[in-house]
Design a protein around this ligand. Structure first.
Ligand SMILES: [Zn+2]
Ligand SMILES: [Zn+2]
Length: 354
């Protein structure tokens, strides 16, 4: 079964071709279908901002490393007991690449993100098929296309980010980073009642995109004085909620300074393993009582992500589509930053049964 994988560890941005990481299409065996499993013929699988980190060896260096966790597809086969969700062969679905076992202590304590068996079903979905436990699979609403459906997982991350902001009515919100998670978080926070929404983003196209989707203010952190503009927007108080969706060590540096007293700062990205954030305990935690938090994965968020997906405008996140065999080109496009999101078509599935 053709699967997109990291075939050589290294930075995909390395200008030196001899040390650059490499993406290729390899042949992996199809996963076995257990009695509670669902085999999905994958339609679309989107490249995630975390994928280049995998190429750098963040989660291990044994190549090939299969990729793909943002996917949609059609149910091809059901295990004999996989009927608790009413799934049927032919259903258009998307889902959670992680299975929360429900049995371990963290699962029992309502903290599925720390499930001790979280990797058991984490299988590469940038492939012809993927086999998941039925608890990971969600039927797409009729008005959500398979192309849009592959964004269910990143939408779940935006929902989880929104949960962790603990936003109150009237809060001023800033989002740093206008990539896919930042753009989705923007729409989700708008839905969540943010009436003052600021996007901080160095790329003009992404600032413009944020404007089109509800940003009230934008800050260009490279050519503007971020602190000064944030002060103008918030009357000198700072933002009540600050979300980082950039994963950029340069960008996160100034975020604690534009956070208001009592603000919540959510780090909603992946960061280099060796990066340490400068934190002034007296200023940031004692005087300002900031709450700093992060997002690892998105438990309890998928049903709500499914609920809001029809209401999100993601057309601009699904414009760049590559065929499976052109995965290396797709990743080159992703790294170029020309499109906020790049999608791979793993099978050409007609959109029947709408
Ligand atoms: Zn992702
Ligand atoms: Zn568990």
């Amino acid at each position: 079964m053709r699967t997109v994988a990291v075939t050589k560890i290294g930075s995909l941005r390395d200008p030196d071709e001899s040390t650059r990481g490499r993406i290729g299409v390899v042949d992996f065996p199809e996963q076995p279908l257990g009695p509670e499993d669902v085999r999905i013929r994958v339609a679309y699988s989107a490249i995630c901002g975390s994928d280049p980190h995998l190429a750098e060896g963040f989660f291990g260096t044994d190549v090939p490393i299969g990729l793909g966790h943002e996917l949609s597809g059609v149910v091809e086969e059901l295990g004999e007991r996989a009927h608790r969700n009413g799934l049927r062969v032919g259903d258009r679905v998307a889902g959670n690449f992680l299975r929360f076992c429900g049995t371990c202590r963290p699962c029992q304590e309502g903290r599925q993100q720390f499930c001790e068996h979280i990797q058991d079903y984490n299988r590469p979905g940038m492939a012809e098929t993927v086999t998941w436990h039925e608890s990971q699979v969600y039927r797409l609403p009729d008005d959500v296309s398979l192309l849009k459906g592959c964004l269910l997982e990143p939408t779940s991350v935006a929902v989880r980010i929104a949960d962790k902001t603990r936003i109150r009515v009237g809060d001023r919100v800033a989002i740093c980073g206008g990539g896919p998670i930042g753009q989705l978080a923007l729409q989700v926070m708008k839905m969540h009642g943010a009436t003052s929404l600021t996007m901080i983003e160095p790329i003009a196209d992404r600032r413009a995109m944020a404007r089109r989707h509800g940003a009230d203010y934008i800050i260009d952190p490279v050519n503007e004085d971020q602190d000064a503009v944030a002060g103008e927007i918030t009357g000198g108080r700072g933002f009540d909620v600050v979300i980082d969706a950039s994963g950029s060590t340069r960008a996160v540096r100034g975020l604690l300074d534009i956070a208001a007293k009592g603000a919540t700062v959510v780090y909603g990205a992946m960061y280099p393993e060796d990066y340490e954030l400068p934190l002034n305990l007296s200023n940031h935690l004692y005087l300002k009582e900031l709450t700093l938090t992060g997002v690892f994965v998105s438990p309890y968020a998928f049903p709500r992500a499914l609920q809001i997906l029809p209401h999100l405008d993601v057309e601009e996140l699904t414009r760049s589509v590559f065929e499976l065999e052109d995965a290396a080109d797709a990743f080159a496009m992703h790294v170029s930053g020309r499109y906020p999101k790049v999608v791979i078509r793993c099978n050409d599935l007609e959109e029947v049964r709408r």
